[in-house]
Design a protein around this ligand. Structure first.
Ligand SMILES: Nc1nc2c(c(=O)[nH]1)N[C@H]1C(S)=C(S)[C@@H](COP(=O)(O)OP(=O)(O)OC[C@H]3O[C@@H](n4cnc5c(=O)[nH]c(N)nc54)[C@H](O)[C@@H]3O)O[C@H]1N2
Ligand SMILES: Nc1nc2c(c(=O)[nH]1)N[C@H]1C(S)=C(S)[C@@H](COP(=O)(O)OP(=O)(O)OC[C@H]3O[C@@H](n4cnc5c(=O)[nH]c(N)nc54)[C@H](O)[C@@H]3O)O[C@H]1N2
Ligand code: SF4
Ligand SMILES: [Mo]
Length: 699
């Protein structure tokens, strides 16, 4: 007997790649239909606030372009002609091709590829279980966190910080290298509470006048890739003016006469020269954080998407270690809590099944890898087959020309499991339709906060969509794997992972919807010492020790690393041919390339644009709204000029990622970014490119 559907509001979690991982209340209007999505009021970090793109999620779930059945390419690669096929046909063909390619080229010629389209661990990371069991090439994850995380760990010894809810108890919140209004709106909720309730000062450090800087009391607009210099100038002033907490440094840090000597030449004049800030701005900032005990440093990812990003993160993190802000409630630092979950994911990712010791291929180097770069291939053979889940490398990967040429290779067998016909899916041999978060079960961690949340399947899936977990399991069974982990349901994997991690039983956790992993405040602020053997924060980082902790792989000569916290001058140089520095900062209503298919976001973002200072535009004959061409050694991209006063001269900004085909000639912004791995351990310098700009009609 069919039960009538009762419209209701259900609790779940936002699955997207955003540190906030908001707790959501979703209106369920019918078995397969949702209405409004709201931020949960009773979740202390979400606090009832979510971004606009997710509040109109019904646009995305019920989008007419959603993929709903498996497709096989007919005609040439990328030709746009597809024939619908059954799941059996799609999986049989994939398994047969994978087996044949493995027999001819070896298991390492197959490279499962994924990222964080959903942040649910079961659906995101289950692909590693198949990879391990088959001995396929491994994926070295660098694209997002490759510079930021090592930079932070270099100081504290682990990836964790003071609970971000404490921003509300701060007297000074420093929002550094994150455009939180766009990328993690909840930071603003708590920072603005501090201002309203305590009169806290809000400082924003960025390279242009972002929507976040609009809200700041002190906006520090510096030249791209110079954050290390700002940090050193600040520390110089702290020491010079007696604002360093000497007792704290003596007990909790490795501060040495050599480090102080190193800082003695890093005057605010020196820093002003490099950063483009004034001496007064640097001294004001130093005095503010030097005299405000409760200063909270919220360090983002953006400033680490520079070639010197890891050292910049470390240098910024050194400031609260010098002021002793860690000791005070509402003070300290935070980047991510991703080192604090203590999850046992060994069954989920198939550690028990690992076959051999296959090569690690760097995901950021997908372009060089697929176009046969011997170094990027680690001396091994070519990649001949891929299954891609949860990511859109034809748009998001650096050096798009290489990435797309590689994905389009006729001799690459490409399977893409997606919710939409993305620009990666367009290049596939087989496209598989994927469920969305409301249609499958998973759990989610919150890098920007303290909770691990459960998101249950709430609505019926459209058409023949399958979850990532189902696809990986079905493919594994067809490839002859019989481990019981390949016959479990997604809910069982959540339950098992929680149980193995000591979180408790899912049945008990589900009604509440989360496990709070908040650490005792003293631990979060390292009151018993930092996470190095001598318990001291490191002004002189031991990068090898960072690599050893996390399994990072060196991408530069270790001897090249600066000895102390420093400004490492290795960003892409401007020259007479490439006089501008370009950053590709996130747009407010796209999330990487996700949401660039929804009408609301398309309307809000308009055509792909380039922010340029009028003083730079005038000599080039560029006016507001003109078509411009932006280029460098890697390629050329069409954009629409937007004249803005809120950025330094010599710097241009393209907020993205718009679809490649929204650009004239179909080349997206990552045509201009570099895929060569950033030191010390890889990653992509998305905001670090030297370019030229011209009127398109003069090009
Ligand atoms: N709306 C929206 N939200 C998102 C995303 C999105 O694309 N759109 N992406 C999601 C993902 S995957 C991530 S990892 C997070 C990242 O979120 P954030 O931590 O905010 O990092 P980014 O978005 O890369 O960049 C943030 C800011 O850093 C600035 N920046 C660039 N170079 C420098 C520099 O040298 N110094 C300084 N001080 N600032 C610099 C950029 O201009 C930008 O304003 O956001 C997530 N949330
Ligand atoms: N120029 C420039 N490029 C950048 C950045 C930048 O700042 N500037 N940021 C970089 C960063 S920080 C990151 S993290 C990367 C992110 O790059 P990606 O991880 O590729 O992020 P998205 O573009 O959002 O693509 C995620 C895809 O996963 C799909 N998806 C979502 N959920 C599921 C699911 O459950 N199953 C399956 N099969 N698919 C799903 C979505 O439809 C979407 O197409 O981009 C990077 N690229
Ligand atoms: S702010 Fe981030 S986590 Fe929250 S709803 Fe928006 S995308 Fe999701
Ligand atoms: Mo990211």
């Amino acid at each position: 007997m069919n039960q009538p559907f009762l419209p209701r509001i259900a609790r779940t979690v936002c699955p997207h790649d955003c540190p906030s991982a908001c707790a959501l209340d979703v209106e369920l209007l019918g078995p397969g239909r949702i209405g409004r999505v709201r931020g949960a009021q009773d979740d202390p970090y979400t606090a009832g606030v979510i971004c606009e793109k997710v509040s109109r999620y019904s646009e995305r779930v019920h989008h007419p372009d959603r993929l709903t059945q498996p497709l096989r390419r007919v005609g040439p690669k990328g030709g746009g002609q597809w024939a619908p096929i059954s799941w059996d046909e799609a999986l049989d063909e994939t398994a047969a091709r994978f087996s044949a390619i493995e027999a001819e080229w070896g298991a390492e010629s197959i490279w499962p590829y994924y990222y964080a389209g959903t942040m649910g661990h079961v659906q995101r990371d289950g692909i590693d279980r198949l990879r391990a069991a088959k001995g396929y090439s491994r994926q070295y994850d660098t694209i997002c966190t490759g510079t930021a995380w090592p930079g932070y760990i270099a100081g504290t010894g682990m990836l964790g910080g003071v609970n971000p809810e404490q921003m509300a108890e701060s007297d000074c919140v420093v929002i550094w290298g994150t455009n939180a209004v766009h990328t993690q709106v909840n930071v603003m909720t708590h920072a603005m509470r501090a201002r309203k309730e305590r009169g806290a000062t809000i400082v924003v450090v960025d390279i242009y006048q972002t929507a976040t800087m609009d809200k700041a009391d002190l906006g520090l607009m510096l030249r791209p890739g110079t954050d290390g210099a700002l940090a050193l100038g600040v520390m110089h002033v702290l020491l010079r003016d007696g604002l360093a907490d000497r007792a704290y440094m003596a007990q909790y840090t490795d501060c040495s006469p050599e480090f102080e000597a190193h800082l003695s030449t890093k005057t605010p004049q020196w820093a002003a020269e490099i950063t483009g800030l004034s001496v007064d701005e640097i001294e004001r900032f130093a005095h503010l954080v030097g005299t405000t005990k409760r200063s909270y440093f919220r360090l983002g990812y953006g400033f680490t998407r520079q070639r010197n990003g890891a050292t910049a993160m470390h240098a910024a993190l050194c400031i609260p270690a010098m002021t002793g802000a860690w000791q005070h409630r509402g003070g300290g630092a935070f980047h991510s809590n991703s080192g604090t979950w203590q999850l046992d994911k060994s069954r989920l990712v198939g550690s028990h099944l690992q076959k051999g010791d296959p090569r690690w291929l760097d995901m950021s180097e997908i372009g060089p890898i697929l176009t046969g770069d011997a170094t990027a291939l680690k001396g091994g053979g070519p990649v001949k087959a891929m299954i891609v889940q949860n990511t859109n490398p034809a748009s998001v990967a650096p050096n798009q020309t290489l990435a797309r040429a590689g994905l389009a290779r006729e001799d690459l067998f490409l399977v893409v499991h997606e919710q939409f016909m993305t620009e990666t899916a367009e290049l596939a041999d087989i496209v598989l339709p994927a469920t969305m978060f409301l249609e499958h079960n998973d759990y989610y961690t919150r890098g920007g906060h303290t909770r691990v949340l459960y998101g249950p399947a709430l609505v019926e899936r459209p058409g023949e969509c399958w979850s990532n977990h189902q696809v990986i399991n079905a493919l594994a069974l067809r490839l002859g794997l019989d481990d019981p982990s390949f016959t479990s349901t997604d809910r069982e994997v959540v339950a098992e992972t929680f149980r193995r991690s000591g979180y408790g039983e899912l049945d008990a956790i589900e009604p509440l919807g989360f496990v709070d992993r908040e650490r005792p405040d003293a631990e979060a602020r390292y009151a018993q010492g930092f996470a190095w053997p001598d318990k001291r924060f490191r002004f002189a980082p031991d990068w090898q020790a960072v690599a050893d902790k996390k399994g990072y792989l060196w991408t530069c000569d270790p001897a090249a690393m600066p000895r102390f916290a420093d400004h490492w001058n290795i960003t892409e140089r401007t020259d007479s041919e490439h006089p501008f520095r370009l950053a590709t900062s996130p747009a407010r209503t796209f999330l990487n390339s996700t949401f660039n298919e929804t009408p609301g976001s398309q309307r809000r973002e308009g055509p792909p644009s380039l922010f340029i200072h009028p003083a730079d535009a005038a000599p080039l004959g560029i006016g507001e709204g003109d078509a411009v061409l932006v280029g460098n050694r890697r390629g050329e991209v069409h954009l629409t000029a937007r004249l803005r006063l809120g950025l330094p001269t010599g710097v241009v900004i393209a907020e993205g990622l718009h679809p490649n085909k929204a650009h004239r000639e179909g080349r997206g912004i990552n045509t201009l970014t570099d895929a060569r791995p950033v030191p010390p351990f890889g990653g992509a310098a998305f905001h670090d490119a030297a370019v030229w700009v011209r009127r398109a009609d003069q090009a």
